[in-house]
Structures are given as structure tokens and as C-alpha cells.
Design a protein around this ligand. Structure first.
Ligand code: ATP
Ligand code: MG
Length: 656
């Protein structure tokens, strides 16, 4: 990759410490640099999104009505009567405009001596069309569900788009979930076909996947299993059901007529991460979702024709759907997919991938950033990261230390960090700073995306004042990418999102608006503590703890207390476990005291080597809450990445 001249995309605010703004170069290049966009979009949100849908996507038939909201809570529609196809918009459109030869996907295999694949829009189109024909041959019709249980291989993109091509609904299940978890989801989604693989590589070792897929399929309505050959190892084979992916598409024609669907028909079902409980099958529509995917990708990451966009999220999460597939491809961009573990063969691997492929936009999660901080800077220094222009983060509140590390070490002080708040339910980002507008402030996500509005409410449903923490809600008209239901569970849809605050979408997250109008997320509403009448947010407390030079990561939860109602309890993971001491506990308490105030003082601090996390890497405070209360029954643990730590934590807390 030719050396790219490193341009400074951000400048420091000379008056306010820790605040950054876009440089002149960034403003000049950016699609949007005029803050007036927010006001303009707010004047008529529906007109704003209608213009976006028209400009960004190609419709077979234009909608009759751009937006409609019924009295019933959560019953709203976008682009009624419009007809559209997601695969046509991600592929055919670019080929027609003469960009078929452009690389759509750079696929980097985990094995370092295996060759990186570059797949053009034309090649991707061919495979998508063949697979779509093959699915049709298997009897998959519009509206049918197809389960996808694949590792990070190019076929995963082919599979999503092939479903979309024929109007089938894909439901991806993260490949690290067990066969049993897969089964639950396949049954809930009523899938007819499953696309999986024989296995994948992890840390250089071939792993099997087909065995879990078989467990998952048993007793479900899945009639056919299409298997991608990745490792070539011997796998169990069921002659009646199984077929190889490469054989299934070999004899199929290169073209499959796209099935245009009404904009509000379902594009996919995806289960949430399961941080707070049982995952919900979130339903996303087609036209609205694609509109938000297109524009948030383009504006948040300021995506241009020469960019190489790498979103590290697995396709099993919504981030993988929107920013690892639909968003970049709708934009005709080049995106990168990496198959393996971030630290194989060494902790510098991701940075080597960035340097080798000239990645310009890089989007990851705080959990990954904290892991790289732990590995140490030497792994970064080995690689030239000059190609990077924009950094993004999503998934959890990012603490100040991690933000600054990301900004200084990975972005080398040149690249803005775009902290994007959103959810599986919102389909695309909703609260973040735009790179050409700024400001970029650690722990502050930013403003509502143009054409959307949020508010912070108290428990009575009244808006709280500036600087006060409240329940984060979205005001109507709702963003076009918003969920349209919970699969087979309209009651849950209503109760979870539309019942607590009538007339708003309830995010279940807490937030506060700062004086400059920007929004700071304070964590999940369930995680908020009430200590002696004061509301304390986990994000702020954890941020304060993480600031301490010896702390790698922390999780704070409330413990019931007779006098104060609740008191904060902190689980702290140290950078160096041997530094744990009673002295350090006292020091940390003092540190929190200074950063937030005496009410925030943790009553207990436990030094632990691990905290429970979801498979998407998020801290599961629900489990910790149960542990401090002494609950022996902790509910559903299947979405945990590290269930083994739960026992250890129980013991630690008992010992005191
Ligand atoms: P479940 O809904 O099953 O409990 P989950 O909420 O973890 O799982 P996701 O939809 O993947 O499932 O995550 C969305 C949540 O992640 C948000 O509601 C918020 O709590 C958190 N989050 C995401 N991005 C950010 C961010 N930039 N800052 C703060 N929190 C974030
Ligand atoms: Mg959630």
C-alpha cells in the first residue's frame, strides 16, 4: 500500500481542555460541515428523511406517503407504498454506474500466510445472484426466514444479500453461540433454511462449527442446511439436509430477478445482545432501515470513494449488519472483513491489517480498545497507521482514558473519535458527532443525528434540566431505521419500548444534556443507583475509577443498604494484579471522592481478574447486581462470554 500523507483532521480547542474540533482539511473534505444541517432537518424531519431516501437509494416505485403514525404506540411506517430491494441497491446500482470493478470487500483470513481476497462488486453480484437462485430452488419464498450461522467469511455477505434479493428474511446468529442458543433462535424465527460452515480458524487452529449447527437444527423447521467449506476438515453429514455452498451455487445462473418489496416489509430479524436478559428478535423493515444505514455511514464516517472502511464488529451483531455490510455497500465503498482473533499471531495483528490495507475509517468497541491498552503500545508502534482518518466506537460508554488512548495512540492525535450511541433496535447510529462539525469530547456522544430528536425525562415523564440525568427517549417522528416489532411478541414490543413514556420511544438508557446541547450517556437505566437520594450513574463512576493509572477496567453496581437505600459496589480489574492492596482500595475511594463527590464513594471494592461480559464484549452488570445481593439464581447465562468467572465472583464477594 502506497504511503498516504498523514493529514491532521482535528485541532485542539485552545480554550477548553480535552475538547477537539475538525481541522480546516476535515471540514473541507466532509460531506457535512455546516452545523446548520441540524436546524434545517429539525424544521421538517419527515421531509428531511424523504429527501435522503430519494437521494440515497433507488426505488422501483416511489412511496405514496413518507411517514404515518397511528394512535397505537409503536405503530409507525415510513415510505408507504414504496418498492425497493436491498441487494439491488447494494450491488446492481453500482455496476450500472460503471463501478462494478471496484473492490467491495477485502477479506483478510486469519492465517497469516493465506492470501487476502479482494472481491469486486461484479463478483459479489454474481455470487449473490447464484445463491439467491439456489435458495429459490430450495423453496425459499418472499417473507420466509433463513438462519445464518457463519464465521467472518465472505460468504456471510453473499448470504445476507442473497436473502434480500429474493425478499427472504435473514436472521443471523453469532457463530460463537452454542448449538442450543442457535436452536432457540431458529425456533423463534421459524427458519426454513440454515447457512453455516464446516468450521473456522481461531488462533491458527481449525475449529468446527457444523456440529453445533447440527444441534441447533435438530427439532426445528429447518429443511436444508447449506455449508460453506472453510477448513476442509471432516464433518458429520446429513445427506437429506446438507449441501455444500460452493456446489449449491455452481450451476446456478448469474442473474436472479430481484424481488422488490414494500418498504415496510421485513429485511431481517436480529436478536439483541442479551445484556439485560433474554434476547429479543428485533424486526427491521427495508426502506427505512436502508435509508438510515446509507446516510449514517456516509456522514458519521465521512465515507468517500477512496476510503477503506473497517468495522470490526462480528456480523452476528447489528453493528456488523449496518456498518459491516449494508451501509458501506449501499455507499459503493470498499469495506474490510477480518476473519480472526485480534491478537493472532500477535497483539499487533489488527494494526498490521490497517497498515497493509490502507484502512482509512476504523470502527470498533470500547472492549477492544481496553484490550489493546492492556497489550501495551509497542504492538502499535510496529505499524504505520498514517492511512487512518476517522475512528469510531460503539457498544458501551467509552471512558475518558480509553478515548484518549484511542485518539492518541491509534489516531496519533490526527483523527476524530466518533462515539456513536445506538442500539439493535435503532438500526443505525442516532447520537454522535459528525466529523466535519465536531466537537469531539471524551465520554460525550454528541448530538442527535440530523432529522432525529431525543429528550431526557424524569420518572414522571417530564423533561429534566440541562446537566441532569434522565431516561433517554426518542421523540416522534421516529428515525426511519427504528425497529418495527419483536418477532412473534407484540406484547413485548409494546411493554419494552412504548409503555413507560407514552408518546416516546424508550431506550432504557440514561443520559444527560450538557450546556452545549451535546448528550452524554450515563449507562443503562437498570444500572442507575440511588444513593441517599442522589442518582448516580455507573458510567460516571466507572469512568472515574478507570482514570486511575493502575485500573484496567471496572464495573459498578448498587447494593441494597438500610440507611442509604443503595450503595455503590465496585469490581475492579487491575492492570497488574500484584498491585492489589487495602491501601489501593482506600486510594481508589479517595479518587472517586475527588472526581464525583462523597456520595459516589464505593462502599466495597473487590479486586477481580475478570467481570462477566456478553459475547459482544459488554459488561453484564445484571449478573454482578445479583452476586452482591447474594442471589443464587442469576437467570439466563447463555449470552455470557466468560461464565466461568461467575463462580469466582460469588466466592470473592462472600469472602468480603
Ligand atoms: P439487550 O438489549 O438484550 O440487553 P444490548 O442492549 O447490549 O442487549 P445492543 O443493542 O447490542 O444490545 O446494545 C445497545 C446498548 O449498548 C445501548 O442501549 C447502550 O446501553 C449501549 N451502547 C451502545 N453504544 C453506546 C455508546 N456509544 N455509549 C454508551 N452506551 C452505548
Ligand atoms: Mg438493549
Amino acid at each position: 500500500m502506497a504511503h498516504i500523507k498523514a493529514v491532521k483532521w482535528v485541532t485542539k480547542d485552545k480554550r477548553r481542555k480535552g475538547v477537539f474540533w475538525p481541522s480546516e482539511a476535515m471540514k473541507k473534505r466532509a460531506w457535512v460541515s455546516d452545523p446548520g444541517i441540524y436546524g434545517k432537518a429539525a424544521r421538517d424531519q419527515v421531509a428531511f428523511w424523504a429527501a435522503r431516501a430519494e437521494e440515497g437509494l433507488e426505488w422501483k416505485k416511489k412511496w405514496i406517503n413518507a411517514y404515518e403514525e397511528k394512535k397505537k404506540p409503536g405503530a409507525f411506517k415510513w415510505f408507504l407504498g414504496g418498492r425497493i430491494n436491498a441487494s439491488y441497491n447494494t450491488l446492481d446500482r453500482h455496476i450500472r454506474s460503471g463501478r462494478g470493478g471496484k473492490t467491495a470487500l477485502i477479506w483478510v483470513p486469519e492465517l497469516p500466510d493465506e492470501t487476502t481476497k479482494r472481491i469486486s462488486y461484479e463478483e459479489l453480484h454474481r455470487d449473490v445472484n447464484r445463491l439467491a437462485n439456489s435458495l429459490r430452488r430450495l423453496g425459499v419464498r418472499k417473507g420466509d426466514r433463513v438462519g445464518i450461522y457463519l464465521p467472518m467469511v465472505p460468504e456471510v455477505i453473499t448470504s445476507l444479500l442473497a436473502c434480500a434479493r429474493i425478499g427472504a428474511i435473514h436472521s443471523v446468529v453469532f457463530s460463537a453461540f452454542s448449538g442450543e442458543s442457535l436452536k432457540d433462535r431458529l425456533i423463534d424465527a421459524e427458519a426454513k433454511v440454515l447457512i453455516t460452515a464446516d468450521g473456522y480458524y481461531r488462533r491458527g487452529e481449525p475449529k468446527t462449527l457444523k456440529e453445533s449447527a447440527d444441534i441447533g437444527v435438530k427439532g426445528t423447521g429447518v429443511r436444508h442446511v447449506i455449508v460453506v467449506k472453510r477448513t476442509g476438515r471432516k464433518i458429520p453429514w446429513n445427506k437429506r439436509k446438507d449441501m455444500w455452498f460452493h456446489e449449491a451455487i455452481k450451476r446456478e445462473p448469474d442473474y436472479c430477478e430481484p424481488q422488490f418489496v414494500e418498504s415496510n416489509e421485513t429485511l431481517f430479524i436480529l436478536y439483541t445482545s442479551g445484556t439485560t436478559g433474554k434476547p429479543k428478535g428485533i424486526i427491521h423493515d427495508t426502506g427505512g432501515y436502508l435509508t438510515q444505514a446509507y446516510w449514517t455511514t456516509k456522514w458519521d464516517f465521512d465515507l468517500h470513494d477512496d476510503d477503506v472502511f473497517w468495522c470490526t464488529a462480528d456480523i452476528g451483531w447489528v453493528t456488523g449488519h449496518t456498518y459491516g455490510c449494508y451501509g458501506p455497500l449501499l455507499n459503493g465503498a470498499t469495506m474490510l472483513m477480518f476473519e480472526g482473533a485480534p491478537d493472532y499471531p500477535d497483539p499487533g495483528r489488527w494494526w498490521k491489517v490497517v497498515a497493509d490495507n490502507g484502512v482509512t475509517v476504523f470502527y470498533t468497541a470500547p472492549t477492544a480498545i481496553r484490550m489493546f491498552i492492556k497489550f501495551g503500545d509497542k504492538w502499535i508502534r510496529k505499524h504505520r497507521l498514517d492511512s487512518l482518518r476517522i475512528l469510531g466506537t460503539v457498544g458501551e460508554p467509552i471512558d475518558e482514558e480509553a478515548w484518549l488512548w484511542y485518539f492518541n495512540k491509534i489516531g496519533q492525535g490526527r483523527c476524530p473519535v466518533i462515539d456513536t450511541w445506538w442500539q439493535t433496535e435503532t438500526g443505525g447510529t442516532l447520537i454522535n458527532t459528525l466529523p466535519g462539525i465536531g466537537p469531539f469530547i471524551p465520554t460525550v456522544a454528541g448530538l442527535s443525528f440530523p432529522g432525529t430528536r431525543h429528550a431526557m425525562l424524569d420518572s414522571q415523564g417530564d423533561e429534566v434540566g440541562t446537566g441532569e440525568t434522565g431516561f433517554l427517549v426518542q421523540k416522534p417522528p421516529y428515525a426511519p431505521g427504528m425497529l418495527r416489532g419483536v418477532h412473534r411478541n407484540p406484547k413485548k414490543y409494546f411493554e419494552t419500548y412504548w409503555s413507560r413514556f407514552p408518546g416516546y420511544y424508550d431506550t432504557s438508557d440514561g443520559a444527560k444534556r450538557r450546556k452545549d446541547g451535546t448528550i452524554r450517556l450515563t449507562g443503562r437505566v437498570d444500572d442507575v443507583m440511588k444513593v441517599a437520594g442522589h442518582r448516580l450513574s455507573t458510567a460516571e463512576l466507572e469512568n472515574a475509577l478507570n482514570e486511575h493509572s493502575l485500573v484496567r477496567e471496572s464495573a459498578v453496581v448498587p447494593k441494597p443498604d438500610e440507611i442509604k437505600g443503595e450503595v455503590p459496589v465496585a469490581f475492579v480489574v487491575l492492570k497488574d494484579e500484584s498491585k492489589a492492596s487495602e491501601e489501593l482500595k482506600k486510594e481508589l475511594v479517595k479518587h472517586v471522592d475527588k472526581a464525583i463527590g462523597p456520595t459516589a464513594r464505593p462502599s466495597f471494592i473487590y479486586f477481580v481478574s475478570d467481570v462477566p461480559k456478553t459475547r459482544s464484549g459488554k459488561i453484564m452488570r445484571r449478573i454482578l447486581r445479583g452476586i452482591v445481593k447474594g442471589d443464587s439464581e442469576l437467570g439466563n447465562l447463555t449470552t455470557l462470554m466468560n461464565p466461568e468467572c461467575v463462580k469466582v465472583l460469588h466466592k470473592t464477594v462472600k469472602k468480603g
